[in-house]
Write a protein that binds this ligand. Structure first.
Ligand code: HAM
Length: 421
């Protein structure tokens, strides 16, 4: 029997990893510049954390979670997103006592049992940033700028930043009522799911991908006509901050996001290049979540970038840089093989990328191998060279050769290699 990866779970091969590393390095650099620190939370949490945090009527909780009981019958779930887990850690570890503002980021896999398609997987990876303790629009702007700058840093173009305000529980309540009534009048036009959603949580109909439902919600009431003065001022200030940094955005009053915890600001960065899965990053404010999960009444805002989707766009922009060996050591003879084993180990220890065959064949085969793996230079060492203490260093691109002293220190050799770049 040949094993294959589970549907929707994929291997990230060495040839693909270059873009991942570039994206993660850019995130670490940028997020640290914004004062964020990395946190790692478990992949497995109590099911209740997500059902309460994300909302029982959301697609994620009602259909997509990988949940199973532990040996004592308690429900466990592979995390479908990171926000609820980071909030749990924030409360459990009392991180709010350390600093009044906590800025955290986390990178790792998430699990959702969705139908796999282009840009949608069952195990996928996110880069998340969460900011706790500030209720104002300036932190909204910081969070949105971080997402935009990260995507710019890895060279993505043609993205659109959509923003909306979902109001607070006070102003959302009349909106929900009016939206519910609007949908009830048109319920025969809605899919079965949306008919149910329109009664329990009408905002969820905005997420529906069924065309007929999309047409119904197109003319639905706009939340922006309902938000109270406080929410409106917050939203207008956010727009001012974005404008002051020259960050273009569009107002999208149908952007509600697929998770129930959002209040006030919601945003999504979208692309036209990934078909239906057009959201590259999304986030928003979730002022009630920390309290809902048993912590203090602390405001918060955050976002997540979908790594696979960003990497797919990076691939369209160009191939990842392949790391090639700095040096291939071609050996002839037993004494040369032994001496070069030690020598390669020392060079590798000091960070030089050195390749050498485990079972060295003839010189021609070794040169072929060096060529295939695109080694920048080859050092040719035979037993004679060991005797004379000299080796031949060949620059593979220019074909220039020089004699180098094998008794030089690693630092000297590194200098020679750098000179040859
Ligand atoms: P989300 O919109 O569910 O938000 O996911 C964020 C991003 O993860 C999406 O924009 C997309 O790029 C990627 N993503 C989601 N599902 C999949 C999938 N099945 N396959 C591939 N990529 C996917 C959240 O998860 C929130 N926790 C974001 C947040 C953080 N809000 C506040 N803080």
């Amino acid at each position: 029997m040949e094993f294959a990866a589970i549907k929707g779970f994929k291997d990230i091969l060495p040839g693909d990893v270059g873009h991942w590393q570039r994206l993660e390095a850019a995130a670490r650099r940028l997020f640290e510049a914004f004062g964020f620190q990395e946190i790692k939370t478990p992949l497995l949490e109590r099911t209740e954390l997500f059902s309460r945090g994300i909302g029982r009527d959301t697609d994620i909780v009602s259909k997509e979670m990988y949940s199973f009981p532990d040996s004592k019958g308690r429900g466990l779930t592979l995390r479908p997103e990171a926000t609820a887990s980071v909030v749990r850690a924030y409360i459990q570890q009392r991180l709010y006592q350390e600093h009044s503002i906590q800025k955290l980021f986390t990178i790792g896999p998430m699990f959702r049992h969705e139908r796999p398609q282009k840009g949608r997987f069952r195990q996928f990876h996110q880069i998340n940033a969460e900011l706790f303790g500030d209720p104002g629009p300036k932190s909204d702007a910081d969070i949105i700028l971080m997402a935009v700058y990260l995507l710019e840093a890895v060279g993505l173009k043609g993205l659109t930043l959509n923003i909306n305000s979902l109001g607070c529980p006070q102003c959302r309540s009349p909106f929900r009522k009016d939206l519910g009534a609007y949908l009830a009048d048109r319920s025969s036009l809605l899919c079965t799911d949306c008919r149910r959603r329109s009664e329990i949580n009408p905002l969820r109909t905005f997420d529906c991908k069924v065309e007929a439902c999309g047409m119904v919600v197109f003319d639905a009431p706009s939340i922006l006509d309902y938000i109270c003065n406080t929410c409106r001022d917050h939203f207008c200030s956010l727009q001012d901050y974005l404008e002051s940094t020259g960050t273009p955005f569009i107002l999208n009053h149908r952007l509600v996001r697929g998770l129930d915890y959002y209040t006030k600001t919601a945003f999504e960065i979208q692309t036209e290049h990934l078909g239906a899965q057009n959201a590259v990053a999304g986030g928003g404010r979730y002022d009630g979540l920390v309290k809902l999960l048993g912590g203090p009444d602390d405001p918060a805002i955050g976002f997540a970038v979908g790594i696979e989707r960003v990497v797919a766009l990076m691939e369209e922009e160009g191939r990842a840089e392949i790391r090639v060996p700095d040096l291939f050591i071609a050996v002839l003879g037993e004494a040369a093989e032994k001496a070069c084993f030690v020598w390669a180990a020392e060079l590798r220890k000091s960070g030089v990328r050195v390749e050498m065959q485990y079972r060295a064949k003839g010189l021609k085969a070794q040169m072929k191998k060096a060529d295939r793996i695109r080694a920048k230079r080859v050092l040719i060492v035979g037993d004679d060279e060991i005797g004379s203490g000299k080796g031949i260093l060949r620059h593979m691109e220019t074909k220039a050769q020089e004699i180098i002293d094998l008794n030089k220190t690693v630092t000297d050799i590194k200098r020679v290699l750098e000179r040859n770049e």
